[in-house]
Design a protein around this ligand. Structure first.
Ligand code: ADP
Length: 256
C-alpha cells in the first residue's frame, strides 16, 4: 500500500510518499505559497505509482481538497512519533512562523500542547530576518563553533534586528553575533517548553531543528538530550502519510 502525506506549512511545502513496508519512496521540500496545490498534485503524479490514500496537514491543508482527509499538524506529529520514536513524551516543533510544544501520553496519544504563533521570536522567521541582516544564508547560522556570544535581549524581532545591527556596527565579530541569534531562538523555545513541562524523551522537529547549535542550546537549558530525526522538517508530512495508511486500512476493513 502506498500513501501520501502533504504538509502545507506557513513557509514550506513538505510531502512524503510512504510505502507500508516502512520505506519512504519519495520526499519533497519547497517553499509554500501560491502554486502549492498544483505542485502537490504534480509531485504525486510524478511518482508514477498509484497512491491509495492521501492526508493533508499544515496551515494550508484546506487547499488540498482532493485529499482523503485533512488533519492538524499536532495529530500528525504524534502519529509520526508513535511509530518512529515511541519513547517520545514531548515534541518541540520549530517551524517557519510558529513553535509548538506537544506532550504525548504514555499510550502515545496527544495529551497537551502549547503554541506560540503570535510572535516571530523562537521561530524560523526570526532566524530568516537575522540571517538577512547579516547577509548569510539561514543554513550557515549553525556552522559556528562554541565561543562567546552577544546578548540579544529583545523579544520583538524588529528590536532584536536593531540589536544585531548595533552589534555589527559596533565591530562585534560575526560569529559572536550568530551565536547570540541562535541563543535567542533557543531561549524563547525552551521557555515555551518549560511552561508546558518538558518530559523526556524529547524530540525536536521542524525546519529549525536543522540548526544543531540551536538544538544544543535548547538541550543545555532543558538539561535533556533531545532526539533530532534525520529529516526533522518532514515529520508532519510523514505522520500524515501514516494516518493515510491507517485510514485506508480501516476503510478496507469497513470500520472507518
Ligand atoms: P512550516 O511548517 O511552518 O512551514 P518548517 O518546519 O517547514 O515550517 O520550517 C521552515 C523554517 O525552517 C523556515 O523558517 C526556514 O528558514 C527554517 N530552516 C530551513 N532550513 C534551515 C536550516 N538549515 N537551519 C535553520 N533553519 C532552517
Amino acid at each position: 500500500m502506498i500513501t501520501a502525506g502533504i504538509d502545507i506549512g506557513s513557509s514550506a511545502l513538505k510531502m512524503v510518499i510512504w510505502e507500508s513496508t516502512g520505506k519512504i519512496l519519495a520526499r519533497y521540500v519547497g517553499r509554500a505559497g501560491y502554486g502549492s496545490e498544483a505542485r502537490a498534485r504534480e509531485f504525486c503524479h510524478s511518482i508514477g505509482v498509484h497512491i491509495d490514500a492521501t492526508v493533508a496537514t499544515g496551515y494550508g491543508r484546506g487547499l488540498i481538497d482532493w485529499a482523503d482527509r485533512s488533519v492538524t499538524e499536532l495529530t500528525c506529529q504524534v502519529r509520526w512519533a508513535r511509530q518512529e520514536v515511541p519513547a517520545a513524551r514531548t515534541i518541540i516543533d520549530i517551524g517557519g512562523q510558529d513553535c509548538k510544544v506537544i506532550r504525548i501520553s504514555e499510550s502515545g496519544t496527544l495529551a497537551d500542547f502549547l503554541l506560540n504563533d503570535k510572535c516571530a521570536a523562537g521561530t524560523g522567521r526570526f532566524l530568516e530576518v537575522m540571517a538577512a541582516a547579516l547577509d548569510v544564508p539561514v543554513e550557515e547560522l549553525s556552522g559556528v563553533p562554541d565561543g562567546p556570544s552577544v546578548s540579544i535581549s529583545s523579544t520583538c524581532t524588529v528590536f532584536a534586528e536593531s540589536e544585531v545591527m548595533s552589534a555589527v556596527a559596533g565591530g562585534r565579530n560575526k560569529q559572536e553575533v550568530i551565536r547570540g541569534i541562535n541563543n535567542a531562538v533557543a531561549s524563547r523555545v525552551a521557555a515555551l517548553a518549560l511552561r508546558l513541562g518538558c518530559v523526556p524523551d524529547l524530540v525536536i522537529t521542524g525546519g529549525v531543528a536543522q540548526n544543531a547549535r540551536i538544538v544544543d542550546a535548547i538541550a543545555s537549558i532543558l538539561s535533556t538530550r533531545p532526539v533530532v530525526p534525520k529529516e526533522p522538517q518532514l515529520t508532519a508530512a510523514w505522520g500524515a502519510a501514516l494516518l493515510a495508511h491507517d485510514k485506508f486500512l480501516s476503510k478496507r476493513e469497513g470500520s472507518y
